[in-house]
Every structure is written in C-alpha cells, then in structure tokens.
Design a protein around this ligand. Sequence first.
Ligand SMILES: *Cc1c(COP(=O)(O)O)cnc(C)c1O
Length: 394
Amino acid sequence: MPAPGPDGRFGEFGGRYVPESLVPACMELEGAFRDAWADPSFHAELDGILRDYGGRPTPLTECSRLSDRLGVRLLLKREDLAHTGSHKINNVIGQALLARRMGKRRLIAETGAGQHGVATATAAALFGMECVVYMGEVDTERQELNVFRMELLGTEVRPVRTGSRTLKDAVNEALRDWVASVEGTHYCIGSVMGPHPYPWMVREFQRVVGDEALDQCRAILDGGEPDWVVACVGGGSNAAGTFAGFVDTGAALVGVEAEGGAAITRGTPGVLHGMQSHLLQDEDGQISEAESISAGLDYPGIGPEHAHLAASGRARYERAQDAEVVSAFRLLAETEGIIPALESAHAIAWVVREAGRSIPEGSTVMVTLSGRGDKDVAQVRDLVGREGSAADGA
Ligand SMILES: *Cc1c(COP(=O)(O)O)cnc(C)c1O
C-alpha cells in the first residue's frame, strides 16, 4: 500500500486536523519517522527487539480440524503469541524507539479498555521512559485489572472526569497534555488513527504482520497465496498491517467490524481525532457511542486508509454480530485449542458464516488472530453460562 500524499491523505480521507499549536509536533514526528524508516540501523534495532523481546516472528498455524468442518483451508497468523498477547506490541515498540531517537523521554497515551495503555506501559518500562496514560473514569472502574497492570509496569494512570468520562474525553486530555509538553513528550496513538503521520506510521509498524504472513503462506502453499485474507477492524491497525502484506497479491481482503462499531459499513464521512474518515454520528454530526461485546472494537471511527480501501474497492468490510462472535470464540477453542480475543473472534465468525457461501468451498483463507482471549474468558462465561458446547449450538 502506498504512502499517503504530502498532506497525509489516502484518497479523500486522512489529513491533519489539529490545533495550530500541534502542527509543528506532527511535522517533527513525520520527519523523524521518514528518517528512521529509511535508516537500516533503525530497522535492525526494531527487528531485534521484536524478535528477542516481542517473540517475532509469530507462527502461521494450519487449522486442520476447523478447516474440515468449514470446507475451506484455514490458516491463522498468531499475533496472540506475541508478547502481551496481541499485535499492539509491534506498534508501541516502534513508537517508543522512535521517541527515544527524537530525544523524548516521556510517553503519553489514552486508552479505553486498557489494552493500548498496557502495551504503552510495557514499552515505557522496557525503555525506562516515564509514562502517563489517560483513561475515562468510567473505564478505570470497568477495567480495574488493566489499571493495576499499568501501575505494576510503572505507569501513572490519570482518570479523566470530564464529559462522558470515557475514551473520547481521555483523547482530549491526552491532546491537552501533548500541547503543553510536546518538547519532551511523545503521544503514542494505538491504532491507524489520528492526524498524519499516525495512520501511515502505525500501519508501517504493523506491516510486519502481513509481511511475515505472506512469506509463511508461500512456504505452506508451495509458493502460492491465500484466496482470502481476513482481519477484524477496530481502529484498523491489525487489518492495515495484514493488508499491507497482501495488497499486491490476488487475495480478496476483508475487514470485519463489530455490529455496534461498524464505522465503515454504517458510518458517514466526518472529522474526529485529527482525521477525516468514516464515523458513527447522528445527523447533527454528534459522535455516537459505539457498543460491542469486545471493548477493543467499540470505537466510533475507523482509520482513514480503510475508508479509502473501501471506497476504492480493494478491500471490503463486513460485520459480525455478538452472538456469532461468541459461537466462533467457542468453536475455535473446541476445535483448535486456541482461545481467541473477542476482537479476533469477529474475523473467525465471518469466515464461519461465509464458508461455502461467499467464500467458495476449497478456498484458502488466512485470518489474522489479533490477540488471545484470556482477558475475555470471564465475560464469555457470564454471556453463555457453562453448559453446552459451541459444536451443538453453532
Ligand atoms: C486493540 C485490539 C484490536 C483492535 O485494534 P485494531 O487497531 O483494529 O487492530 C483487535 N484485536 C485485539 C486483540 C486488540 O487488542
């Protein structure tokens, strides 16, 4: 996938909608990223850390039992096996390394469910950096364990008590901090979102997922490539990194959104958090609260490059409903011994529904399993109770 234009646009989406006071910070970041990304020594250091600390390359797993059941050949890219249990580590290590190269000793981030906060706190601990994470007060109550995890990692969690006391308000606080502290602080954004250069930079930090997966697919498929490449979409970083590896192949690219967070398939164009993209909003442009069973997918917007890939037709975007996601979560556990993150189970759910329908029988389907589901086990237990198996119901 190409870099965005000089104004940070992918087609009509993206751009840099920030207060005047943050324009120099975004330009400085863009310059530093371009410089680092062209520097082999930066790549050597990043790749070394991702290997020795992050656990890369993650495996590609052939899922024989579930494949037999679905009538397609299912391959999983195992980001659940990366350090901290998801693809988020790829991005935060990249950004922390870049911040250090820029001479910044402090990281800030905002987090909703806490997962990006924990990832950022992890990178800050690894590099010995100061770290502050903004989190809506409502979210700190809902996600107490993640607050404690961040504190264990040496991060200060600042509860945000303004507005609806959720993610939107935490973003505003993080931006306010950045305006005041930009000299020595890097704002670590967690997905392919925000003002230019973030959507492009985060995609590049995540493309290791797609690049590895393409090589691994070719090795398993005797030089061939999968027919379908599928990933779940919240802000869109694991999908963007996956698609980056496969965009020049013949594979059909599919992003799967949560029914309640479907910014591409149900949203309309608008500006939020520094970018022009597709957003869930009402007729007056008020942003709607997204809602889904997986906290990592309920963001009311989507990365601008996905809005562009949808508009150009190179990728398509589908939705999965909560009930089919829970069935898919259980089905993967029972048939393959892999408990996926609820986010990742959206991608599996779409494949389970469409195998033998829009996905022709015998197709090869590569799904990015963005994370592991340990964090979701208690929630799924409350949703389904303990009886029965996914095989009966699904
Ligand atoms: C955060 C998260 C997501 C959603 O983020 P993207 O930027 O859309 O990838 C998906 N899966 C897992 C496991 C996550 O932690």
